[in-house]
Design a binder for this molecule. Structure first.
Ligand code: PLP
Length: 488
């Protein structure tokens, strides 16, 4: 596809103003005027409409196709959530509106949404309080580790380490490191669980926290999670729950009940916000009683008369971690989604997500290596090692799936699985869609045996073919220069 600048035709216009019928303003001072042209493309309205409409058709999204990107929970997000988030009463609010203005009380509804969302998330997770401010999962992790640091500091205890398993998402060790801790990585045993012998060696007075994803990034629920938490608590450390995989747990098991002290939730994964392409997210952080006093300001409170207000008087708070109240629109969508599904709906979502993943796992297990052969939760992790022997790597499988109209699964993560293919079908896909995906995966396994180059040549049907990754890294060509189109 051409860039819009390459479609430029001198003098072409989308819109022309008539002659100006009011007096001319004084011209701008010389120093404010351009020395060179702005190089804006001249096009008709139709040129512009076609350009952007066709560009948008190159987008891949949950609204267009299956998107089994493991760990990301790319479920379908119902449009009623968008409608609610776009209601004027919410979308037109200024963040600096007085909380209680005259009789108007213009921000009360939004404060109530924040307050009630916090209560719902507490109910779902078994935590005592939430801050809705963090803007993504990783930001929630950093907030959570900062809360842990504030807790230890308040106790006068100097602790140096945070434990993460080697299956963890890269954001876990980096959040711990940014918050000032050294990271201890615990290996995963051949059974797919964190190696407890190794874990126990690091349970010292210097341990600040253990960060776990549960179910973990292999899609496996560790049955000894309570024991792991008890051991950490016995040496005064706290338990951090990475809630990216909460979709498997809704209504089944609450992190607060199994001993986690602090957690984040990726609202954009579990609770209805599309997030492909880096859209806005929200990573609310929940804590139990031990950490409430350290939560960021402001906190939304309910007064005795039933009105809501922002409270900034929290002397032990870690302070601000995001402007205003977080990504309010994302919180609002999650609130609408949770109320709409209700208790039974959320439980059912988790059950079907787990069922769908196990269905994929059972159907594909004959064709791909399954490094940890267990009932999985909401995602399953295969390895393409068998196919790699014939030169068909996880990356090739991903590219071939794109040709077949599917978004690839997550590949090469978790890092502990060679040639990892991490498939998360989510609860919103029909059996027909999942079957079509499984069929494509089986076809790839067959091609890897019979005709590997058919897979390694993919994608052939996409506007962009296989990129020369070495050249892209060595000689990156990242900006377009006007060249001869716009002579000065
Ligand atoms: C997505 C994810 C994160 C990070 O969340 P973001 O919202 O992308 O910052 C952390 N841990 C796990 C396991 C994840 O899947």
């Amino acid at each position: 596809m051409k860039l819009i600048f390459e479609k430029h035709k001198e003098g072409r216009r989308g819109f022309s103003y008539g002659d100006c019928d009011v007096g001319k303003a004084k011209p701008l001072a010389e120093k404010y005027c351009r020395k060179r042209q702005a190089h804006l493309a001249c096009l008709s309205e139709l040129d512009v409409i076609r350009h952007y409409t066709n560009l948008s058709r190159l987008n891949y999204s949950v609204d267009t196709n299956f998107y089994p990107l493991g760990s990301c929970t790319m479920k379908y997000n119902p449009k009623f959530c968008e409608q609610i988030a776009s209601l004027d009463g919410f979308s037109q609010l200024h963040p600096l509106l007085p909380q209680l203005s005259g009789g108007g009380m213009l921000a009360q509804g939004s404060l109530e949404v924040l307050y009630e969302s916090e209560k719902l998330l507490c109910e779902i997770t078994g935590m005592s309080a939430f801050t809705m401010q963090p803007l993504a999962g990783a930001h929630g992790e950093l907030t959570g580790v900062m809360l842990i640091a504030a807790y230890h500091k308040n106790k006068g205890s100097r602790r140096k380490y945070v434990i993460v398993p080697d299956s963890s998402h890269g954001t876990n060790p980096s959040s711990a490191a940014i918050a000032g801790y050294e990271v201890v990585v615990i290996p995963t045993g051949s059974d797919g669980y964190m190696d407890l012998v190794e874990y126990k060696k690091h349970l010292t007075e210097e341990l600040a926290a253990v960060m776990l994803t549960c179910p973990d990034t292999l899609g496996i629920f560790n049955p000894r999670i309570k024991e792991i938490a008890d051991l950490a608590h016995a040496c005064g450390a706290l338990m951090y729950y990475d809630g990216a995989n909460l979709n498997a747990m809704l209504g089944k098991c609450r992190p607060g009940d199994i001993g986690f002290d602090v957690m984040h939730i990726n609202l954009h994964k579990t609770f209805a916000t599309p997030h492909g392409g880096g859209g806005p997210g929200a990573g609310p952080v929940g804590v139990n009683e031990k950490l409430i006093e350290f939560l960021p300001i402001s906190r939304v409170i309910r007064r005795a008369d039933g009105t809501f207000a922002l409270d900034y008087h929290q002397p032990k708070s870690i302070g601000y971690i995001a402007p205003f109240y977080g990504n309010f629109g994302v919180i609002l969508k999650a609130y609408a989604y949770i109320l709409h599904l209700g208790r039974e709906g959320l439980i059912k979502a988790a059950e079907i997500a787990v069922l769908n993943a196990n269905y994929c796992q059972a159907k594909l297990k004959k064709y791909y290596d399954l490094p940890f052969n267990k009932t999985c939760m909401h995602e399953c992790v295969f390895s393409a090692s068998r196919q790699a022997k014939n030169g068909v790597h996880a990356l090739d499988i991903a590219k071939y799936l794109i040709d077949r109209g599917f978004h690839p699964p997550t590949i090469y993560f978790p890092l502990i699985v060679k040639e990892a293919l991490m498939i998360e079908p989510t609860e919103t896909e029909s059996k027909e869609t999942i079957d079509a995906f499984i069929e494509a995966m089986i076809e790839i396994a067959r091609l890897a045996e019979e005709n590997p180059s058919a897979v390694t040549a993919a994608p052939l049907r996409m506007p962009i073919k296989r990129l020369d990754e070495v050249r892209a890294a060595r000689q990156p060509d990242l900006n377009w220069k006007p060249l001869a189109l716009f002579p000065d």
